[in-house]
Each structure stands twice: as structure tokens, then as C-alpha cells.
Ligand binder design. Sequence first.
Ligand code: RNT
Ligand code: ZN
Length: 420
Amino acid sequence: MSDYLQAKAVYAKLGVDTDAAIEKLKSVPVALHCWQGDDVRGFDQKSDGPLTGGIQTTGNYPGRARTPEELMADIDVVLKLCPGMKKMNLHACYAIFDDENGGWVDRDKIEPKHFKKWVDFCKARGLGCDFNPTFFSHPMCDPLTLASPNEETRRFWIEHGKACIRISQYLAEELGQPCVMNIWTGDGFKDIPADRMGPRMRYKESIDAILSEPFDFDKVKPCVESKVFGIGVEAYTVGSAEFSLGYAAANKDKCIPLMDNGHYHPTEVVSDKIPALLTFFPEIALHVTRPIRWDSDHVVLLDDETREICKEIVRCGGLDGRVKIALDYFDASINRVVAWIVGFRNVQKALLMALLTPDAQLKGLQDTNNWTELMVSQEELKTLPFGAVWTQYCESCGAPADGEWFKVAKAYETDVLSKR
Ligand code: RNT
Ligand code: ZN
């Protein structure tokens, strides 16, 4: 009997159907962030400008993508070496300007035509696309954006947000899948402010103004992403957890909350927050990352919290569209394409593990106060023959199994990345 058939029989004894788990996972889109390929630089500014907004990429590994063509070629390698359904996730700073579309414009003037090449890229690969206004790494950050006391600054960034709503609607219509459009700014202060309310009131009014741009909420899913602090903005963040959740709760007809698991105090866990939010919100969005001591955006591992997040997504019925899953990390200290692949594959693994969990039985043990058996069951699940099911999943997606893909990525490094 093949390894897979043996594993299937082991899971079947627990009432778990491995074939059904594999088929289910194939239908779940996970958004692949374009910004892992070039250290969150994009194409719309002088390429050596600093990354601002309290986020940082560290490392100087050779081979960063410098042009749309290079970035797309790298993404193709990732798509090929990862199983599962992917969706692209673009930032506005990845607009592509050329002679045909009239050349460079600033962020308040970008249009759907600047993303036509990305639409062609997605169409050719059958992908949907999510989108993000880029409220950082730009001369109009004063350093605040939507919360700035300066009206001209706010106006510029509101126009940027509105332009992004129009682009998101275009992406959704062209690609036939909803576009999650995430609003995140690094607005905040390094030291103790004298006015905490003013920036938040301005932030609220600016987001209101952006969302006053007409859009179809079935197609465009605007999100507000909260944060606890960033580098250089340690004392106060305008878009805090309470602010963002409050905003989303008060604007449920046009906005959903987004949680990034790097954006909380180190003992808080997003896994626990997923069912809390799903109690009140029909839809929520996630950025899956790996924080080490702060929002360091390390490559996602198959660690306990990633697994727990995926268990909650599955148990809470999040795979049928209620939970929008996206990756968000950027490591410039290792091969960037490999970083992308490892993180994407790990989220797939964690989702598959979650789908292979006998949830109804475990819940039954909990509801009957059978805590001893629940602990034993949960521990023993950890040593079931998951690897064979994972290999089967990869094969059935036409993607390489563990042990097979790294040499392909290494060859791409030798042949392409190292020559940049
Ligand atoms: C930053 C936020 C945000 C960014 C991306 C690039 O702390 O997590 O989501 O990482 O928009
Ligand atoms: Zn994020």
C-alpha cells in the first residue's frame, strides 16, 4: 500500500476524510504578497529611497527584483513551486508606468491603466488580485498621512486612497474575484503625544472620505489594519487595535477589520481573536507573518501559532470566504524567492493539518468536560502521518513535494538571481 493510502486509513479511523481535506484546500485562495520580492520598494519612487512607516527590511542578500519583469519572473517561480490556490496581492507603489500609459504620475493620480500589466499577468495565470494603497516611503509623508494636521497632506493621501478604490474595483471586475483593499498607515509618534484624540479624529474622517468613493462591496473589500507600534513610532499609533476595530464595527456595510499577527503585544495571539471577531463580523481579513519580539516580518514557519491560526480559520468556517487570508513578511537576508515559497507552503501545511483535525470529536470532549482525553487526543494528533497527506496534496496540485523544490529554487538563484 502507498504511504498515502496508509495515512488515509489512519485518519479514517479518526473519522477524518483525507481526500475531502485535500479537495477543500484546493479551493481556498491565499494571497501572495508581491513585496517579498524587492524589499517593499515598488517601482514608483527613486529606488534607493528609504522604507518608512515604522517597517523595516533587514539584510542585503543578492538578487532583489528591480523591475516589473524581474518581479513577475520571480513570482512565477513561487507559483510553480507552491501547491494550492493563489491570489496576487499588490501595493499601489507597484504601479507600472511606461510610454504607452503616459509615464509616471504621483500616487494621488494613479489609474487602473497603471495596473493593466498586472491584470494581464493575473489573467494568464487564473489569479485574483488584492490591493493596498501605499501610505509610506513617499515625500508626502510629513511624516503622518491620513492623520496629518496638514490639510494638504491629508488631501493628497485621501486622493490616493480613492484612486486605490477605483483600481481595486477594476481588479475585481477584470479578474472576476473580489479584491481585498487594505488600508494601513504607519501614522504615529516616537514620543509621548499631547493630543491623542486629534490624530484619530482626522484618521477617521480621512478613511470616511476614502470610502465615500463609490464601489461595490461585493467586489471591493476595504479593510482597516491595526498596529501596536513601529520602529520610530514607539509611543503612539493612530490606527491602534481599538481604533481599527471600532472603525470596522461602525462601518460594517463598507469595511472589514484586518489583523496582522505581528501587530500585537507579544503574549497576545491572533488565533484567539479570530472567533472573537467572527462573533460580530461576517468577514475578517488576516495578514499571516512571524514576529520575533516586534513586527519583524520574518518568514512564516510551521510553528504553533501559525497552526493555531489555521485551526481557528477552519473550525470557525472561515474557508468559505469569511476569512480572507494573506501573507505579509519581507526578509532581505536570505534568498527572497525561497523565503516566499517556505512561508506560502507553511500556511498551506498548517491549513491542511487543520483540515485533518477531527474537530467534532474534540469539541465533544470539551463540551463534556473531558479535559484529560482532550489533551491526550490533541497531543496524539501531532504524530499522525501528515507528511504522506501533504505529499499527496502537492502531487495532486502538480507542485513539487518537500525535498524536491529547493533544488529548483537554487538553480533559479544560480541561473538568474545571482546575475542581477
Ligand atoms: C506594516 C503592515 C502592512 C505592511 C504591508 C507592506 O506593519 O503589516 O501590512 O507590511 O502593507
Ligand atoms: Zn500587515
